[in-house]
Write a protein that binds this ligand. Structure first.
Ligand SMILES: [Zn+2]
Length: 468
């Protein structure tokens, strides 16, 4: 691999916007220099490859800290493999994913992690890392957590929802948090009161309320808020930081904001589906609402303004996708006549950077905040920074040349995710990925895929770098 220069673009990071040319050597950013300076001109003359970014943004590759490739759920599997899912990520300007390895109850963390390594190894188009889903907290698995932190799997997801599958009771959660407080791991929480939700599911089905929209009603916003509150108090007692995944309800945001006002190390992510979709989608006729079934559920439109505000005020720090695609035909349809059997999850890994850029166009967030919530903070939060999430000397050359003026229509006809529908079908957005580099290698070249399965490598992560 020789040297590459990206010239003429506006380089945007979480910290700055600069008219700079970028020198890339050995897969890393070596230096930035003022555009049209003698230094930059000399680089371009001697470079093996010059990429023209005039009139474009040059941004760090996206870091999607929440994906589920080939995830088993409700008797089926999420349809994107690591190969198709990371290729779609690249198309969407995301160059690192952090996926969730799953521990099955009764098995070791090791067995779960090995299984996920086997799925991903040699198949990824961009770099990847793992969180560990902890479904069975016991003496053995608590000890195993320390070893995982040492090998770069430094975050552990627990569930207050899904009794009988992933669910942990408060005692188990407290134990895992105590362990994380000691070994530097970050506990990630699916905060919904699953015990109460299951009662409401049973009652709804008994009353004949079986359509997808009831999925949203039984997973009440207050049960998200209650679980968020409880998770925060447990983390406080354990002396551990906490990261709440897929925050969707105003009331849950309020719990996070209150904790952060007390100075607690409590963080939250939301996802594009909660910012751009609502219960109106869940209520679409002819079972189409099933396309939008995920947990936490989509909320009434009024919640969106609170999520945007929290993203601006930093009460929410990260936007990830929770990419977990199931086809409408044959998979979502498993829940015809019983919403509780609809596999939970939405496709989105390809859409996140564009949807958030649309928020820049709409004036909801600044360009730098776009990069912060989609690249820099997820990298810091999960121990990938400054290798990932920024454009700076020494960083991996994971870089996107982004056309801020192009318009595109999102559609299953044109997307690259391995799923038969788009959650944003027909939506026009301004802005589009043009060229993508992963560790200096061009994987999308002016809207042509030039990457390959196996280019993406496993990245061992440090512990959380967002604290303090
Ligand atoms: Zn998830």
């Amino acid at each position: 691999m020789g040297t590459t220069v990206i010239r003429g673009g506006l380089v945007i990071t979480a910290a700055d916007e600069t008219n700079a040319d970028i020198l890339i050597e050995g897969g890393r950013v070596t230096a930035l220099a003022a555009h049209d300076s003698d230094v930059a001109r000399a680089w371009a003359e001697s470079a093996d490859r010059v990429l023209d970014a005039s009139g474009r943004y040059v941004i760090p590759g996206g870091v999607d800290a929440h994906t589920h490739m080939e995830m088993p759920f409700g008797g089926t599997f999420a349809v994107d493999t690591f190969e198709t899912g990371t290729r779609a990520a690249a198309w969407g300007g995301t160059t690192t994913i952090v996926d969730f390895a799953v521990q099955t109850v009764g098995e070791s963390l090791r067995a779960g992690l090995d299984a996920w390594h086997a799925k991903a190894d040699g198949n990824c188009a961009v770099d990847y890392a793992f969180h560990m889903i902890l479904s069975d907290v016991n003496e053995d698995t608590l000890k195993e957590m320390d070893g995982l932190v040492d090998e770069g799997v430094t975050s552990f997801k627990l569930f207050m929802a899904y009794p009988g599958v992933f669910y942990s009771d408060d005692g188990k959660i407290l134990r895992a948090m105590q362990r994380a407080a000691g070994n530097g791991g970050l506990v990630m929480m699916h905060a919904e009161n699953g015990i109460a939700i299951d009662v409401l599911v049973e009652q709804a089905l008994a009353a004949g309320r079986t359509d997808p929209r009831y999925h949203g009603e039984v997973r009440h916003a207050l049960l998200e808020a209650e679980a968020t509150h409880r998770a925060i108090q447990l983390a406080r007692v354990a002396g551990a930081p906490l990261y709440v995944v897929h925050v969707s309800a105003t009331e849950a945001v309020a719990e996070l904001a209150q904790a952060r006002d007390l100075g607690l190390p409590v963080f939250g992510e939301t996802c594009p589906q909660y910012l751009f979709l609502s219960t109106d989608n869940l209520a679409e006729p002819d079972f189409e609402g099933a396309k939008y079934v995920c947990s936490t559920p989509l909320r009434p439109k009024e919640h969106q303004a609170h999520l945007w505000r929290a993203l601006r005020t930093n009460d929410l720090q990260v936007v990830s996708t929770d990419h977990c695609p199931f086809c409408f035909k044959g998979q979502k349809e498993m829940g015809l006549g019983d919403f509780s059997k609809i596999p939970n999850g939405l496709p989105g890994v390809e859409n996140r950077m564009d949807l958030l850029h649309q928020a820049v166009v709409d004036g909801r967030i600044s360009r730098r905040r776009w990069i912060e919530i989609a690249c820099a903070t997820p990298a810091r939060m999960f121990g990938l920074y400054p290798r990932k999430g920024t454009i700076a000397p020494g960083a991996d050359a994971d870089i996107v040349i982004y056309d801020p003026d192009a318009t595109q229509v999102m559609s299953a006809e044109t997307h690259h995710m391995n799923v038969d529908y788009s959650a944003y079908e027909g939506r026009t957005v301004t802005g589009r990925v043009q060229t993508v580099l992963s560790r200096g290698e061009v994987v999308i070249d002016d809207r042509t895929y030039t990457g390959r399965a196996g280019h993406g490598r496993f990245v061992a992560r440090e512990t959380c770098r967002y604290l303090g």
